[in-house]
Design a protein around this ligand. Structure first.
Ligand SMILES: Nc1ncnc2c1ncn2[C@@H]1O[C@H](COP(=O)(O)OP(=O)(O)O)[C@@H](O)[C@H]1O
Ligand SMILES: [Mg+2]
Length: 444
């Protein structure tokens, strides 16, 4: 394969008028990485445009070309005829995994040369994962959870797992890392997210009392506090059931980093109705498995490319600083999960916070109306009017209020005109202004 490529690629590039010299060639588990230095004056964008034709002449599909950071070389990522699976187990024995000393170390997968890529979830500070069904999201989430479990004790780290599909995380029940049993009931998910917001605020109060700014400094004072990682598989399903969860997720994404609460959110559809702009802005680190269209790739990575990935864990990681790295996810089997969890099994899942969570879910209107059914909670007439009013936006709200006040004034003016003539137009304006201000204050 390598000899073929090293001979053929420069030849084919020359057909298209692309001159340059061949650099190093690495054979990885998923692709062969052929590095190439373009001759002076050649444009990378020209190669990018021709990549489909180059692939056709090479007789392979799905070639990706990228610029190597801080290098004069570009890289042709040519799929292997037979992709290898990288199992998660052996990764935990590698130097990179063992020596990583991050606060929340995660093995995102292996790079194109087969080396483990370790990242710190606490710095990310949250991770948004997207990809079509079957692209490897759930396997990826499991590998992240197992990475954390391998590196952290139950005292240092607790999980909240939300699983609308009900099958992905069931194995994690009854073990010491769980803050509470895996959540499969969507109304309970809402309650739990609200509880997490409260927990976050309580943590900030503790920080204030101890005059520290974050969990790291709190630990440095010798006080214990566990990190909490909240994993949501199929966020779109959760949003479809109850749109109000967005508020909680937004609040957590914005503020929970310093409190040691981190989110891992996976979604099949990265579109705006699922991940709104405000939430996305607070989730700068994103991992995209194969998506169905360049538009989806744009939505998640701000650039096309994820639609050409090969599936089965093949992914692109967008980091906070804007760098894009191709990564192959490690494969986690059910046995891997069972073996890792065996040591931490307990008879029932500890419910240290369960009381509070249940208390919240009892207050939750969603719980009352849909304990058994999966229908959306029904809303009263006035709350629907309230929602409608909130959706209108400040400008429309102002116009409506202005119109109503003008009508009111007209009637009032007509009645008082007979008694006195003090109701001048300037006082009318003043009254109108203050009423508009009071009614639209909430939005600003
Ligand atoms: N990293 C990987 N290596 C090899 N095969 C994988 C990998 N990730 C996923 N797969 C394959 O793809 C299938 C679907 O993965 P899954 O994570 O359930 O997809 P999703 O959650 O995105 O729908 C898995 O059953 C497995 O066979
Ligand atoms: Mg899945």
């Amino acid at each position: 394969m390598i000899e073929n490529l090293t001979d053929k690629l420069p030849e084919i590039l020359a057909h298209f008028g692309i001159q340059g010299s061949l650099g190093e060639v690495f054979e990885g588990p998923l692709i062969t990485d052929v590095q190439f230095k373009l001759s002076e004056g050649s444009k990378f964008s020209y190669v990018e445009k021709l990549i489909k034709d180059i692939a056709r002449e090479l007789g392979v599909s799905g070639i990706r070309v990228s610029q190597i950071a801080n290098s004069t070389y570009i890289s042709f990522e040519i799929p292997q005829p037979k992709a290898q699976t990288v199992p998660f187990g052996p990764i935990t024995q590698t130097e990179e995994f063992i020596s990583s000393s991050y606060a929340l170390p995660i093995c995102v997968g292996v790079n194109m040369h087969g080396k483990p890529v370790m990242k710190d979830l606490s710095k990310m500070p949250h991770l948004l994962v997207a990809g079509t069904t079957g692209s490897g999201k759930s396997v990826g989430l499991n590998s992240f959870i197992l990475s954390l479990i391998n590196k952290k004790t139950p005292e240092e780290l607790q999980f909240v797992l939300i699983d609308p599909k009900r099958i992905e995380f069931s194995m994690y029940n009854n073990q010491k890392y769980m803050l509470q049993p895996v959540i499969t009931d969507m109304s309970e998910a809402n309650a739990c997210l609200r509880w997490l917001c409260t927990e976050m605020n309580e943590r900030y109060t503790k920080f204030e009392k101890n005059m520290v700014r974050n969990i790291g400094e709190y630990h440095a004072k010798g006080k214990p506090m566990s990190y909490i990682v909240c994993v949501i598989d199929e966020f779109a399903d959760l949003m479809m059931f109850d749109k109000t969860v967005e508020k909680q997720v937004q609040m957590l994404a914005q503020k929970s980093r310093a409190a040691g609460i981190h989110l891992l959110i996976a979604t099949q559809r990265p579109s705006v109705d699922v991940i709104t702009g405000t939430v996305k802005a607070n989730l700068p680190t994103r991992l995209s498995y194969k998506v169905s269209s360049p538009a989806d790739s744009m939505t998640i990575l701000n650039t096309a490319g994820a639609e050409d990935l090969l599936g089965r864990g093949d992914s692109l990681l967008l980091e906070e600083n804007g760098t894009l790295t191709r990564i192959l996810g490690t494969y986690v089997s059910d046995e891997d999960i069972m073996n890792t969890l065996e040591a931490f099994r307990c008879k029932t899942t500890p419910k240290s916070y369960d009381k509070e969570v249940t208390a919240y879910s009892e207050q939750s209107p969603a719980k009352e109306t849909s304990a058994a059914s999966k229908e959306k909670p029904k809303k009263g007439f006035w709350s629907r009017i309230g929602d409608f009013w909130d959706r209108l936006g400040v400008r429309v709200q102002k116009r409506i209020i202005n119109f109503l006040i003008t009508c009111g004034m007209a009637v009032f003016g007509y009645k008082t005109a007979k008694k006195s003539s003090t109701s001048t137009s300037s006082t009318k304006k003043l009254v109108r202004k203050s009423v508009v201000k009071a009614l639209t204050k909430k939005k600003r």
